[in-house]
Design a protein. Sequence first.
Length: 366
Amino acid sequence: MSLPSYPENTAILRMIDANLNRASEGIRMIEDCARFGLNDAALSEQCKAARHMLRIGIKGLNLSSDSLISSRDTRGDVGVDIQTAAEGNRSNGIRDLVDAAAKRSTEALRVIEESAKAIGKSGTPFESIRYQIYSIHQLLILSLAPPCPQWTLCVLITQSLCIHHDPSEIVKHAAQGGVQCIQIREKTMPEAQMLDHAGQLTELAHNLGLDVMINDRVQIAQLVAADGVHLGQDDLPISAARKLLGSRAWIGRTCPTLNDAQKAISEGADTCGLGPVFTSTTKTKPTIAGLKLINDYLADDCINQTPMLAISGINQSNIDELAQIQCPGVAVSSAVCSSENPELVCSRIVEAIAQYRETTEPTLST
């Protein structure tokens, strides 16, 4: 079958050329996200194979030499300057890059497939390539962690502090009191015991809809499929923890100063524990950062979009001080774990933060 006559012939060639470029660019973007964002060799190889199949498919159209390039008219293309607001928004990082690139690629492949039929070329591989990209897109998105939430209240569970209820009961009461996350913190528990302990609490917490962070112990977090790990200043570098846990895990860092927070976020921290805000009843702190650290963090537009939790010494009697300055979230340990009524303590802390968030403007504290 011969090509349609000009100008229809030229229009179809322009469509194939433009969408070949879109598909190639999109698949390359997906490949680089898999390669550099996830260090995933298998997915990178699948993308490379898809690009190779695309070249074979175009060659199989048996178009005359340079016909696609000859048909190109970038200056005269009325769609070059048409853009939508969504095109300028990639606020979710690699996830948004992958989504945009996959949609661009699959849409372009469909246009090439239909255009090929218009010039009598059925049975092309473009449909198959499109389905490959659908699968690669799914695998990539499932491999990427959603953004870390801004928890209102995270309870640090330490067995020795659970004097009225065992840790599993604390987790249940905390969930009923409005907690969104627990952090399992056992500095001295032997590895084998910690693995069993953390595994049971993680499963329970997940069944209750709670997120789970493990304090310090990256391998335990990996083995029990926790949502992430929280690291102190003297623990593993964030980059090392990321290599072990991959991109799906959240990594938090304790930050005693604003500079520590800025550094942690630049290194890839998903959340920051800011403090000590108050004197701790469970751990000696040589320097108290106070409310100023929280204010400084919230005032810094370069970092304040990263979730944070105020830490150390927080309880029912001082939560209003944090709520009044619009602190979005806190981490609490002994105030909940050592309470006879942990559910009530949790609900009061959650309600205090929610109340000030809804009814007051931010107030800077000195």
